[in-house]
Design a binder for this molecule. Structure first.
Ligand code: NAP
Length: 240
């Protein structure tokens, strides 16, 4: 059994999968969770092939019950939680006058509400890890859209601003208990989520999922005294 353990949501592709690989390399047992079971199982198989200890739980992050089930399966399998990565997210573009309530609610639920619920369900495990080594870590994938408001992605932007703010609150609330939180704020990353813009911005011009993974590796290696509340990843032509 691995000496450290992590949960990664939205780990079936893109940024979450890259972070899961880094956590595996850094000696963590992994519970990975995302919505579509088949895609998740394929990701789990790849991680196991790399030699990692992996539990895969298909779950919709819009569902409180399914979030609870992810945490329970992790607790049963690993019994500890050193790193929580709240990464699952969705973005639906629309002008404000055409915003559909169903899509508004989905983005609020998956991008923001699920993060609150994961902290609540995991806080006892995180505090226990924090008491043991003072380096429990929660990584929340926000976005550059959580640092500057985006037209036609206003709901997505609002949820990601919420993630940045909630991360600050969690550092104030849990930081002295050895639980550090960091919001990741990338610009365009070469994943399925940016397929819509790849005719204007080529994948080669985008940030790589592995770049995000390497920052998480660095966060793991910081001393307990050093909290990094957020990391902004920019492309050269989108400097804030
Ligand atoms: N790519 C970018 O340019 C960029 C920039 C800034 C921030 N981000 C953020 O990065 C995070 C990861 O996105 P990505 O770029 O890596 O895209 P991705 O490859 O499409 O990954 C999204 C992940 O989230 C999961 N997911 C989506 N909706 C879910 C739901 N309702 N319940 C459970 N899992 C769900 C997906 O699983 P399924 O496929 O099964 O739904 C997938 O594993 C998101 O929070 C996104 O907002 C991305």
């Amino acid at each position: 059994m691995a000496e450290r353990a992590a949960i990664v949501t939205g780990a079936s592709s893109g940024i979450g999968l890259a972070i899961a690989h880094v956590l595996g390399e850094e000696g963590h047992g992994l519970t990975i969770a995302s919505r579509r079971a088949e895609k998740l199982e394929a990701a789990a198989a790849g991680l196991r092939d790399a030699g990692f200890d992996v539990e895969a739980v298909a779950a919709n992050m819009a569902s409180e019950d399914e979030i609870r089930a992810v945490v329970e399966r992790h607790r049963e399998r690993f019994g500890r939680l050193d790193v929580l990565v709240n990464n699952a997210g969705v973005g639906v573009g629309a002008p404000i006058g055409e915003t559909e309530t169903k899509r508004l609610d989905m983005q609020l639920d998956v991008n923001l509400r699920s993060i609150v619920l994961f902290y609540r369900e995991c806080v006892d495990l995180l505090r226990a890890a924090g008491a043991e080594h003072r380096k429990a870590l929660v990584v929340n994938t926000a976005s550059i859209a959580g640092k500057t408001g985006q037209a036609w992605l206003s709901i997505y932007s609002a949820t990601k601003f919420g993630v940045v703010g909630f991360t600050q609150s969690m550092n104030k609330e849990l930081g002295t208990q050895g639980v550090k939180s960091c919001a990741l704020c990338p610009g365009f990353v070469d994943t399925a989520m940016t397929d819509f813009v790849k005719q204007q911005v080529s994948p080669e011009e985008m940030i790589r999922p592995a770049d995000i993974g390497e920052i998480v590796r660095a966060l793991l290696r910081l001393s307990p005294a050093c909290v990094v509340p957020e990391v902004v990843f920019q492309r050269p032509d989108e400097v804030l």
